[in-house]
Design a protein around this ligand. Structure first.
Ligand code: F6R
Length: 616
């Protein structure tokens, strides 16, 4: 989704804004722009459709635009096609106020009509432009003082509905930037004689590690050496500072061709960092959880809420948690949960899963679950994100920054946390045999080494990708946890290679979908789950006899069996059945990656996609 960066200090702003925007490219965008104010040139705005490089070339890397405060933006189009005009920043009619925005102004049509009836001319098709024009409308009525600007901002906020993170610059108050947040993330960065506002910390980490997170309703006024935050009634609000402790190299490619490749390869480390500190003397220790055994005994239902790949983790979690907790586990898409009148009580535990911690559907569903009385436990990767802050309990996945749009290491570490929660709860409730508990914990500690073994054999998967990269249609079939992993394998493939693909419960094929199987269809058959191996084998035979090419995926001990039917096979190391998804997903990620590579796709920034989906 859109990325925002704003800078105010003593140095030239433009190169810093471009650098910050380059760090936000991963979020997904189709155009970019900057606005810089300098005493000689006044407010200058440059924007361009396409990659950030296009903009950077226009301003010679920022050398041709002078001033020490400015705003930058990468736009992911919602209202109005991707174009130079629709790119941000948007300026007021008098050219003196610039605005960047992430989110959607829902009532923009009504405001636009109101302003047009008063003679305001709009340049773009965007919802955002109404903010710039409305600001001018209110501001031009009074003195051109900083207080009047703040007053105009408050008036605008009372008038607009929707979700927004806003950065505001006025040529009449060139010693300050204003930042506003409602339902769309925004952070502040603090340095010696400079301040930042940004969509996320990756934009500022090169310059500062001191940040604070704006809350909904906050209005921040930034000067080069100070920040004052207010609430919507302009009462001062104190903001805690947080220290970001990951290295900038974590958000760089480090010699890999793509972030996705780097992040796939980082999975053993990410898994270790997430799991090992939470296992002490053979026991899962979740000191950060404040859920008592009685709460668990009373729990009527575990409701898993997430989107996309995080939802697929939830699917795998359902099979696992229901089995070892003997409690009903429901898993639902956040975008559905929001509006389905869900049955939630004070005894329900909502398990919310999100890498970014900012996905708007997940956030809204979480708030709804809370409103209905549920206790919320979240699994989140981005420290300080809104979902993490609003949860009753949060367990972080220590995956480090995930830059590629297609998630890999976040998925793996989310799964890891699901296992920890399952073991921990089952132990508290006494629903797991001590020997079983010990066996799973022991295996859990071996997972990173087993992932390494799969990664070391990635050439095999690259070879299969070179055979199958031109298949027009790919099905991923499996049962139970294999089905859950198949859903993720299918999403990985389609999102980065643009090949049509479906994840399907193997037993469900014959109820309609098998009619799509014809010579040339590729079926990736996942059959690692021992109990259902033969059943999935039968489904493989069914598709094979209808002409499909079959790529089988199983554990090493069953490889010779799957080879009797599959055209090619991938074998993962044997492990405890509960942990199979952690190994099985890795070849799926590699397969998608190598297919997309073979097809020349823009792997880290697939078309139409955004890393963090902050609009509904
Ligand atoms: C797919 C992918 C998305 C996200 C989804 C939820 O590779 O990354 O499907 O999983 O948008 O995002 P988070 O986990 O940030 O809530």
């Amino acid at each position: 989704m859109c990325g925002i960066v704003g800078f105010i200090g003593n140095e030239e702003a433009a190169p810093i804004l471009l650098e910050g925007l380059s760090r936000l490219e991963y979020r997904g965008y189709d155009s970019a722009g900057i606005a810089v104010y300098g005493p000689e040139d006044g407010l200058k705005v440059v924007k361009a459709k396409g990659r950030l490089q296009v903009l950077s070339d226009i301003v010679s890397g920022g050398k041709t635009i002078h001033g020490t405060l400015g705003l930058g933006h990468t736009r992911w189009a919602t209202h109005g096609e991707p174009s130079d005009i629709n790119s941000h920043p948007h300026v007021s009619q008098d050219g003196r106020i610039a605005v960047v925005h992430n989110g959607i102004i829902e009532n923009y049509v009504e405001i636009k009509e109101f302003l047009q009836s008063r003679g305001v001319h709009f340049a773009s098709q965007t919802d955002t432009e109404v903010v710039a024009q409305l600001l001018e409308y209110y501001y031009s009525k009074g003195e051109h003082t900083p207080e009047a600007l703040l007053d105009a901002v408050v008036k605008v906020l009372h008038r607009i509905d929707g979700a927004y993170a806003l950065g505001i610059l006025s040529a009449d108050c060139p010693d300050r930037l204003i930042a506003v947040r409602k339902d769309s993330p925004l952070i502040l960065g603090y340095g010696k004689n400079f301040r930042f506002l940004a969509s996320d910390v990756t934009a500022v980490i090169k310059y500062t590690r001191e940040v604070s997170y704006l809350d909904d309703g906050d209005i921040a006024v930034l000067t080069a050496d100070g920040v004052q935050v207010y609430d919507s009634l302009l009462q001062p609000v104190a903001k805690e500072h947080s220290h970001v402790d990951w290295e900038i190299s974590a958000a760089e490619k480090g010699g890999y061709e793509h972030f996705m490749a780097k992040e796939i390869m980082e999975q053993p480390k990410a898994f270790r960092d997430t799991v090992f500190p939470r296992i002490q003397a053979g026991r899962v220790v979740l000191d950060d959880l404040r859920i008592a055994p009685d709460d668990l005994e009373d729990m009527d239902k575990l409701y898993i809420i997430a989107c996309g790949s995080s939802y697929h983790v939830g699917m795998a979690a359902k099979y696992t948690l229901e089995k070892i907790l003997r409690k009903p586990v429901e898993v639902t898409l956040a975008s559905e949960f929001r509006y389905c009148d869900p049955i939630v009580t004070e005894k329900t535990l909502a398990l919310v899963i999100s890498q970014s911690g900012e996905t708007i559907d997940t956030l809204a569903a979480m708030r709804e679950a809370k409103r209905l009385g549920a206790r919320v436990l979240s699994i989140v990767n981005v420290v300080g994100s809104t979902i993490a802050r609003e949860s009753d309990d949060v367990l972080y996945t220590w995956a480090g920054p995930e830059i590629a749009v297609a998630t890999t290491k976040a998925y793996s570490t989310q799964l890891a946390v699901v296992y920890l929660i399952g073991l921990y709860f089952a132990d508290l409730m006494g629903t797991i045999e001590p020997a079983e508990y010990k066996a799973v914990v022991a295996e859990l500690l071996l997972i990173p080494t087993k992932i390494e073994a799969i990664l070391n054999n990635r050439k095999d998967i690259q070879y299969f990708a070179s055979i199958y990269f031109n298949h027009p249609s790919v099905f991923f079939i499996g049962r139970n946890i294999d089905y859950a992993v198949g859903l993720e394998g299918s999403l990985k493939l389609k999102e980065i290679s643009y090949i049509h693909s479906e994840g399907y419960a193997a037993g469900e094929l014959k109820h309609g979908t098998i009619s799509l199987i014809e010579p040339g269809t590729l079926v990736v058959a996942l059959a690692s789950y021992g109990k259902l191996f033969e059943k999935t084998m039968s489904n493989m035979v069914e598709v094979k006899s209808r002409g499909a090419d079959v790529l089988g995926v199983t554990v090493e001990s069953r490889r010779k069996d799957i080879d009797k039917t599959a055209d090619h096979s991938i074998a993962i190391p044997d492990t405890h059945p509960m942990l199979l998804p952690s190994l099985e997903v890795v070849p799926m990620q590699l397969f998608a990656y190598y297919v997309a590579l073979q097809r020349g796709c823009d792997i880290d920034k697939p078309r139409n996609l955004a890393k963090s989906v902050t609009v509904e």
